[in-house]
Design a protein around this ligand. Structure first.
Ligand code: GLP
Length: 643
């Protein structure tokens, strides 16, 4: 098989044809139309279509659009047969996290697919029968005429289906062990890594590559690095999705954030002429310094010209002026005064000096997010006399494992008994909670009461963290937005009344600064929804006088340290301040890694935050700027980003 040639100059580094859309909705609209056309044209000829389907949060929007086409535009699935990629091993079809259940809830029950024409691998086949079962699954696909079109998502390990790193291009349907990162990503759905199955049954890479057409979907910044590897890197079993490069009719449909690491977006000067505005100039100089492992001020003319950056020199004439300009820009992003430095010249500072005392609104999608991103900055803002409101948008109760709730209930009952109340602990809420916790499996849905209780645990942790950061109790708000209570795991949808509540918060506080995160997150995630709520609420307020002078700052999510060229404000942390931050994070005891098995992954959230903050300080240091212990990082969000 031969890879298709790129259709444009800008795509020259891409080995899988890739279409990039402003939003996932736009991408999904196009893919749904492609599917509808295929289904209808086959139906007109009296023929069947065989679709390969995927699970995960990525295709959910596509399934919603297909359901809409079925309900509103009479798209029928009567001539469609489906084969799903994979299933967790050991889960029955009724299990809340089984892919059977997922497909039923997200698509099958809403359209006119007959049950006999849908196929999802069976996770309950006895161990001894798995090999024969998998061969049978392959046979069924072949007997149906082979897959006409396969839909794929991608895991952060580069897996497709559950073909983890190490899966070769000829692999077939089989049982596999799940990678640790995959299990960590799934931990959310299973309420803790300990509950994530260790094995799965998946179609092989070879099975997938036999589909006549393949569409891989990807949204959100978290997928950007692995998508770059799959699309632009070598075809290798280390990134199984990269084998799509061998397929003559495979395409990636990405949103802009998922495509963000592709050369045409990250390093556009490598693919064609560019307009050298300030941000791009900065990016190129930082890239060059990193490539050559040199501080910015030591870059020479030859370094630029030998690395394809001569056009950049034309403007300034020499590396000298350019280096100084970029160095100063980087220097000016560093400030110990995130709320502005009173009575100081602020012409080169990220934040204006006036008013000296600012109203600051910090939005945290779930309790802990803001602390991970900006605990040090929060305590600085408080210490520097600003009026800080820390607003936790959701209760965070989905992230509290049953074990933590059991511990708290136990304590409540013991305390009541010690208090000497007759019959204490035998009735009332703690007793009901105990009964529920005793009888449920960790995967059963929590009752509304248990969710409320778990929310209280997370609130108590948030209060403990706020105490460490010296944020007054009255300055912390728990909004408990409805979208979170209605949604599940990775699939949330905005609720209109939530926009009202966030908009009301803006009107009430009239902030000079807003801090939030999630601008580049997967749109159905909690952080993604929180960001959309902010945008809608902002749009309603944008003409208000306070909004016109309000600065909106995005803090870094915990997953990836930003490169200095992406940063518009870096707040340094001294060794002592970093310890205070870690102390605050450790107050969220329900958010610690629950299984010792994962200890060696360094996967604790506080560790990731520490690593990222240290990595940023080192990145600045390598560019020749001052060497700090750690740094928290921010980017401006501007109202023009709305349009
Ligand atoms: C699971 C599925 C994959 C899916 C991946 C990404 O591992 N087996 O098919 O692509 O998750 O999930 P999400 O779309 O939720 O990011």
């Amino acid at each position: 098989m031969k890879a298709p040639s790129s259709s444009s100059e800008t795509e020259q580094f891409e080995r899988i044809r890739t279409e990039v859309f402003e939003t996932p909705d736009a991408a999904v609209g196009r893919v749904a139309q492609r599917l509808a056309k295929l289904i209808r044209s086959r139906a007109a000829m009296g023929q069947r279509v065989v679709l390969g389907l995927a699970t995960g949060s990525t295709p959910v929007k596509l399934y919603r659009e297909l359901i809409r086409l079925h309900q509103e535009e009479a798209l029928s699935f009567r001539n469609v047969a489906t084969f799903n990629l994979d299933e967790y091993y050991g889960l029955s079809p009724e299990h809340p996290e089984s892919y059977h259940r997922f497909m039923h809830d997200q698509l099958f029950r809403w359209v006119d697919l007959s049950p006999e024409s849908t196929h999802v691998p069976d996770g309950t086949v006895p161990r001894a029968g798995v090999f024969a079962y998998c061969a049978g699954y392959e046979r069924q696909i072949a007997e149906a005429g082979g897959l006409d079109l396969q839909i794929l998502g991608i895991g952060r390990t580069g897996h497709i289906g559950f073909n983890e790193p190490g899966s070769g291009p000829d692999s077939r349907t089989r049982m596999v062990a799940l990678d640790r990162l995959t299990r960590r990503d799934a931990a959310r759905d299973f309420r803790g890594e300990a509950n994530v199955p260790a094995y799965a049954i998946t179609m092989g890479v070879g099975t997938i590559l036999e589909a006549r057409e393949i569409i891989l979907l990807g949204w959100g910044e978290a997928k950007a690095p692995v998508l770059r590897d799959a699309i632009e890197g070598p075809a290798t079993a280390t990134v199984p999705a990269s084998f799509l490069q061998h397929h003559p009719n495979a395409r990636c449909y990405l949103d802009r954030t998922a495509a963000g690491e592709l050369t045409r977006f990250r390093y556009p000067w490598k693919v064609g002429p560019v307009r050298w505005d300030e941000p791009l100039t900065r990016r190129a100089v930082v890239w060059l310094a990193n490539e050559l492992r040199k501080p910015v001020l030591r870059l020479r003319d030859e370094d630029y010209s030998e690395n394809g950056l001569s056009p950049l020199l034309v403007e300034t004439g020499s590396a000298y002026g350019l280096n100084i300009r970029v160095f100063n820009r980087l220097q000016h992003t560093i400030t110990g005064w995130p709320g502005g430095k009173p009575n100081a010249d602020d012409s080169h500072r990220p934040v204006p000096a006036e008013p000296a005392r600012k109203r600051v609104l910090v939005l945290s999608p779930e309790p802990l997010d803001a602390e991970l991103g900006m605990a040090g900055t929060l305590s600085r803002l408080v210490a520097q006399g600003h009026e800080v409101s820390l607003v936790h948008l959701t209760s965070g109760n989905l992230g509290v494992p049953d074990g933590e709730a059991k511990l708290a209930v136990n304590l409540l009952k013991a305390a009541a008994q010690q208090g000497g109340t007759a019959g204490a602990g035998q009735t009332g809420w703690p007793h009901e909670l105990e009964q529920e916790l005793e009888s449920k499996s960790p995967l059963d849905e929590d009752s509304a009461g248990l969710r409320r209780f778990k929310g209280l645990i997370r609130q108590a942790e948030a209060r403990a963290a706020a105490r460490v950061l010296e944020i007054a109790a009255s300055a912390t708000v728990h909004l408990n937005l409805a979208f979170y209570e209605r949604g599940r795991y990775r699939q949330f949808r905005t609720a209109e009344d939530d926009v009202d509540r966030v908009a009301a918060l803006f009107r009430q506080l009239q902030p000079h600064q807003v801090y939030l995160t999630g601008a580049r997150s997967e749109p159905n995630s909690v952080a993604g929804i929180a960001f959309q709520l902010f945008r809608s609420a902002w749009a309603r307020n944008r003409t208000e006088p306070w909004a016109r002078s309000c600065q909106v700052w995005l803090y870094a999510a915990s997953e990836r340290a930003w490169s200095p060229d992406e940063i518009e404000m870096a707040v340094p942390l001294s060794p002592a301040e970093l310890l205070v931050k870690l102390d605050a994070l450790c107050q969220y005891r329900s958010q610690r890694n629950q299984t010792p098995f994962f200890r060696d992954m360094g996967g604790e959230l506080w560790q990731l935050a520490e690593d990222n903050n240290r990595a940023t300080a080192q990145a600045y240091d390598r560019l020749g700027l001052a060497e700090y212990e750690a740094m928290e990082t921010f980017r401006r969000w501007r109202v023009t980003d709305v349009e």
